[in-house]
Design a protein around this ligand. Structure first.
Ligand SMILES: *Cc1c(COP(=O)(O)O)cnc(C)c1O
Length: 480
C-alpha cells in the first residue's frame, strides 16, 4: 500500500466516521435486544454513546484507519450490553476479607453485631424518638440514646457521639482551644491513613499547635515550660499505628492531668481506637482502655466507634459535664452529627459491653482478634481440603503467618494465624490475585512468592463456600 498524505488520511477517517451507525438506529435495535431491552433507556443511551465514542477515538488514532473499520451494529450492541451489565452491578459490594487485618479501613473496618444490624433495620423502618423527649413531649437530645450507656461503661460524667473520631477531635479542639495554644509532644504528632494528621486538624480547628519535646523523648518539664497565658489545652494523642522504641521517654496521662489541674488547664486525650476491653486478659498487648483514661482524670477523651470497639463509624466523646455541654452548644456539632442508623447500631453495640463476655462473643471484631490459633487453623484445613477436591491443577499449602488487629490498634502485635496458600499450575500468583479480586464476591488476600495467601482469621465460616466457588470458577477458566 502506498503511504497516504495527511489529507488522504483525514478523508479516510471522515468516511469511516460517517459509516458509524446512528444512535437512534442502535436504540431501536436495543428495544428488542435480549441483553439491553430491560435496561433503563437513559442507561442504554449512555452505554451506546460510550461505545461509539470509543470507536470514534480508535478510528481517529489508527495509523491505517481501515484497521478500525470493524463496527457492525451487532458488535456495538454487544459491547453496550457489557457496559449495561456492569452498570447494573452495585458499586458498593460485599467482599471476603482474607487479608487477616481485622479492622481493615479499606474493607469497611468493623462488622456489626447481629443486635446492631437488627436495630438499624428497626429504627430505619419506623419513626423514632431520635430527638424527641417522650417524658416532656417536646424536642429532645440526639445524644440521649447513648449517653447513659457510655457513662455507665466508661465511668465518665457525660458523653456524646459524632460522625467519626476525626470529627470528635476537630470539635473538641475548636470548642476548647480556638485561637489558643494546644501543647502536644512531638512524639505524638501522628498521621492516620487517609490523611488525618494531628497538625492539620489543629490548623483547621483554629487552635495553635505548640510542639514540645523531641520525637523520642518528652519530659514533664517540656510541657511545663511551654505553658503561658495563651495556652488553652494539654493534648495527649495515643500513638495508635506506630511505636517509638529504644531510648524513649513519655509523659504519662496521670502526670499531664496533675499538671493540668495545677495550672487550671483541661487535658484532652485522643485514644484513637479506644477500647472498653482489657486485651491483656486474652494474652494480647494492653491497648489503653477508655475506663482507665477516665479514671486517671482526662477531662475529655475521644475515640472511634468502628475500630476495636467493633461498632459503626462514629466518634465518641466522653468527659467532664461542663466541657461536653460546651461542645454540644458548638454550631460545628450540627455539621458533624451522627446519623440515626449509626446511632441505632451504636446503642446496640454499647449494650453488649454491659457483659464483656457477651461483647466478645457477639462483636465480630472482638471475636476475630481474640480467636485462637487452633480455631483458625481448623478453618484453614477445611478450606484446604475443599480446594484440593477441586482438581489437580491446584497447589495448596498451609502457612503460619501473623495477622494484625488493624485500625491503628496494637500496631506491633503479631496475632499468630494460619493462611491457606494457593497456586495454580500455569497461572501466576498475580493472575490468581487479580481474578479472585474480580470474582463475585471479590476475595481479597495477599501475595507471597508464587502463592496467593488467604489468612483465615478474617474469613467468616459461611465464606468458605464462597471462596471454593470463586476458585472453582477460576479453574474452569484455566481448563478451558
Ligand atoms: C483512627 C484515629 C483517628 C481517626 O478516627 P476516625 O474514626 O477514623 O475518624 C484519630 N486519631 C487517632 C489517634 C486514630 O488512631
Amino acid at each position: 500500500m502506498t503511504a497516504k498524505t495527511p489529507m488522504q488520511k483525514r478523508q479516510a477517517h471522515k468516511s469511516l466516521l460517517k459509516r458509524l451507525p446512528k444512535v437512534d438506529r442502535l436504540l431501536e435495535m436495543a428495544a428488542t435486544h435480549a441483553g439491553l431491552q430491560n435496561a433503563p433507556r437513559t442507561l442504554q443511551v449512555r452505554c451506546i454513546r460510550t461505545v461509539l465514542d470509543e470507536l470514534r477515538r480508535r478510528i481517529l488514532a489508527a495509523e491505517s484507519p481501515a484497521d478500525a473499520a470493524d463496527f457492525s451494529p451487532e458488535k456495538i450492541l454487544a459491547a453496550a450490553r457489557e457496559l449495561v451489565a456492569a452498570a447494573m452491578q452495585p458499586n458498593l459490594m460485599r467482599c471476603v476479607n482474607a487479608t487477616g487485618v481485622v479492622v481493615h479501613t479499606n474493607l469497611g473496618r468493623s462488622l456489626l453485631a447481629p443486635a446492631a444490624l437488627k436495630n438499624m433495620h428497626h429504627i430505619g423502618a419506623h419513626y423514632s424518638n431520635l430527638e424527641f423527649d417522650l417524658d416532656e413531649g417536646r424536642r429532645g437530645s440526639r445524644y440521649r440514646a447513648v449517653e447513659d450507656l457510655l457513662c455507665e461503661i466508661s465511668g465518665a460524667q457525660a458523653a456524646m457521639a459524632v460522625n467519626n473520631n476525626a470529627a470528635a477531635v476537630l470539635l473538641c479542639l475548636e470548642t476548647l482551644a480556638r485561637g489558643r495554644n494546644v501543647i502536644v509532644s512531638r512524639g505524638e504528632l501522628v498521621e492516620i491513613g487517609g490523611s488525618f494528621r494531628i497538625p492539620d486538624v489543629m490548623t483547621k480547628s483554629g487552635a495553635n499547635l505548640k510542639e514540645v519535646g523531641t520525637t523520642n523523648r518528652t519530659h514533664l518539664k517540656d510541657y511545663r515550660g511551654a505553658i503561658d497565658d495563651d495556652t488553652g489545652l494539654l493534648l495527649k494523642v495515643h500513638a495508635s499505628n506506630y511505636r517509638i522504641v529504644g531510648f524513649t521517654a513519655e509523659v504519662s496521662l496521670a502526670q499531664l492531668v496533675e499538671l493540668g489541674r495545677s495550672r487550671d488547664l483541661p487535658v484532652m486525650q485522643d485514644l484513637g481506637s479506644g477500647s472498653f476491653i482489657d486485651f491483656s486478659a486474652y494474652g494480647l498487648a494492653a491497648e489503653p482502655t477508655v475506663q482507665a483514661s477516665v479514671q486517671t482524670g482526662a477531662d475529655v477523651i475521644t475515640f472511634s466507634g468502628d475500630k476495636l470497639l467493633g461498632g459503626p463509624q462514629a466518634g465518641i466523646i466522653v468527659g467532664r459535664r461542663d466541657i461536653l455541654a460546651r461542645i454540644q452548644q458548638n454550631p460545628l456539632t450540627r455539621a458533624l452529627r451522627i446519623d440515626k442508623l449509626t446511632l441505632a447500631a451504636l446503642e446496640s453495640t454499647l449494650r453488649l459491653y454491659r457483659d464483656p463476655r457477651r461483647a466478645r462473643e457477639q462483636l465480630p471484631t472482638l471475636r476475630m482478634i481474640t480467636s485462637s490459633y487452633e480455631s483458625i487453623a481448623a478453618r484453614a484445613r477445611e478450606l484446604a481440603t475443599r480446594l484440593e477436591n477441586l482438581g489437580a491443577h491446584l497447589h495448596i499449602k498451609l502457612l503460619d503467618r501473623p495477622s494484625r488487629a488493624g485500625g491503628g490498634a496494637l500496631p506491633t502485635l503479631d496475632l499468630p494465624s494460619c493462611c491457606v496458600a494457593l497456586g495454580i499450575a500455569g497461572r501466576s500468583a498475580q493472575h490468581i490475585n487479580h481474578a479472585l479480586r474480580h470474582s463475585n464476591p471479590p476475595v481479597i488476600g495477599r501475595l507471597e512468592e508464587d502463592f496467593f495467601l488467604m489468612d483465615m482469621r478474617t474469613v467468616q465460616n459461611d465464606e468458605i463456600d464462597l471462596i471454593v466457588t470463586a476458585v472453582g470458577g477460576l479453574l474452569q477458566e484455566v481448563e478451558r
